[in-house]
Ligand binder design. Structure first.
Ligand code: PA5
Length: 451
């Protein structure tokens, strides 16, 4: 099997190899901190050896549970927010049919995976209930803390709905909780109710948890090969552990180069892909990097575009707007399917010059053309290539990005494994909602509300 490939050829006009090499000492130290567990947030490094440590027992257990759900549910609802749902969604959306919802009953993914608890929209939940009223379903509720408002509110509603629909015993067989091994409200509720549970390890934060049951259970339920996903991650783990040298380790190169660009005022990184089914992969990456690095008035702002769609919206800004951007193109070697452009005798649309070509070839030319245009417009471009979108290569990408994020965060001088800023809105929301214990904050915040 091939390994993903990082190309830095199109950042060469913007940072010299000497400027990148200056980061080698910081990268070496960060690399050591990751393995020696001596850096900031070292309680949250369980993801580092995770691909090597996942054993057959846990994979088989997850596959058995997934198989039970596949036999008993038309719909599987994944309740979770942030790191407790984005990894699963990234992989499932990347691998599933783009128009699954419109396929015939026999052709469709079974069960259909739907997501809840990632917002507080009453209309969203109400529409979901409309669907769940008519279909057999099961759910997983994923929350490491067990107290996050969005999934907790959603679970309260869906749990009641399930119990009304199937009775208490029937509902119990359709609920799987993924949470802390010993504490939190969800753990207690699961113990009281006798739900099947999986553990989010103490030393793995939400956004690094896709290779735990948090990601693996929904991905297995959706019918994808979790063993190949883990294998891809494991082979990337082995590769990245070999050397901290920027010239040999692509994650070290990516981490060093993006920091070199950042020091030159490139404060926004756009992940670019040319496959709409990678939209949620970008969302996962945005959370990983945004939540890990955006701290202490620092950090590269992670954004995303799906081309060529966004070339007709964001393309103008990227080409000619404020020059504080760099891009990382996630490039896919070959599609799963083939469509050739037909020859037409009349040729009114003047497209015969590309007749006989596959659409993917045109897409690749769009990718190369755009990269060169953006480089000309002063936008440095990384390219990360994978041969195809498959469980194996997505596994490689996951581990590559996680490892690079840890290095990059340490180089930046922050703790890449906490997220203190996420608490600020929660405190205000609890105060506004009048949560017991927040009386003083409630009084203060209500005075601040303006028309
Ligand atoms: O990466 C993280 O840690 C966060 O995005 C969490 O996953 C998210 O806030 C949900 O937290 P919890 O799993 O405790 O409900």
């Amino acid at each position: 099997m091939n390994m993903l490939h990082l190309s830095i050829a199109n950042i060469a006009n913007f940072v010299t190899s000497e400027e990148i090499a200056k980061f080698q000492p910081a990268i070496t130290q960060s690399f050591q901190s990751v393995f020696d567990k001596t850096g900031q947030g070292n309680d949250f490094l369980g993801w580092v050896n995770l691909p090597a440590e996942i054993d057959d027992e846990i994979l088989s257990d997850i596959e058995k549970t997934a198989s039970y759900i596949r036999d008993h549910a038309e719909i599987f609802v994944v309740i979770g927010i942030g790191g407790s749902y984005l990894g699963a969604r990234a992989i499932i959306e990347a691998l599933k049919h783009n128009f699954d919802f419109a396929l015939s009953h026999d052709e469709r993914q079974k069960p259909l995976v739907l997501y809840a608890g990632q917002n507080l929209s009453e209309d969203y939940l109400s529409d979901l209930l409309d669907v769940l009223n008519k279909r057999d379903y099961a759910l997983t509720v994923i929350s490491k803390s067990g107290t996050t408002t969005e999934p907790a509110v959603t679970f309260r509603i869906l749990r009641k709905h399930l119990e009304d629909k199937y009775g208490k015993d029937g509902a119990r067989r359709r609920i799987i909780a993924i949470t802390d091994k010993s504490q939190g409200a969800l753990k207690q509720l699961s113990l009281n109710e006798g739900y099947k549970t999986y553990v989010v390890p103490d030393d793995i934060g939400g956004r690094y948890s896709v290779l735990t049951p948090v990601g693996l259970l929904p991905i297995a339920v959706a019918g994808f090969d979790i063993r190949m996903l883990v294998k891809g991650a494991f082979e990337m783990q082995q590769k990245l552990a070999e050397s901290s040298a920027i010239s040999e380790n692509p994650a070290a190169m990516y981490a060093a180069s993006r920091n070199a660009l950042y020091q030159k005022g490139k404060v926004v990184e756009i992940m670019v892909n040319y496959q709409p089914n990678l939209y949620y992969f970008t969302e996962w990456w945005k959370q990983l990097y945004g939540e890990s690095e955006g701290k202490e008035g620092n950090g590269i702002f992670p954004a995303g575009v799906v081309n060529t769609t966004d070339l007709h919206s964001m393309g103008q800004y990227i080409q000619e707007g404020k020059r504080n951007i760099f891009e990382t193109v996630l490039s896919v070697g070959k599609p799963q399917k083939t469509i050739k452009i037909p020859l037409e005798n009349e040729n009114l649309d003047k497209l015969n010059f590309i007749s006989g070509q596959e659409i993917h070839f045109v897409n690749q030319m769009a990718e190369i053309a755009t990269t060169l245009a953006h480089v000309d417009g002063n936008v440095p471009n990384f390219r990360i290539s994978i041969p195809e979108v498959s469980e194996y290569y997505l596994g490689q990408l996951i581990y590559f990005y996680e490892f690079a994020c840890a290095l990059s965060g340490y180089v930046l001088g922050i703790n890449p494994f906490d997220q203190p800023g996420v608490e600020a809105y929660k405190k205000n929301m609890f105060a506004l909602l009048g949560k017991p214990g927040f009386e003083k904050e409630t009084e203060e915040i209500r005075k601040r509300i303006k028309e």
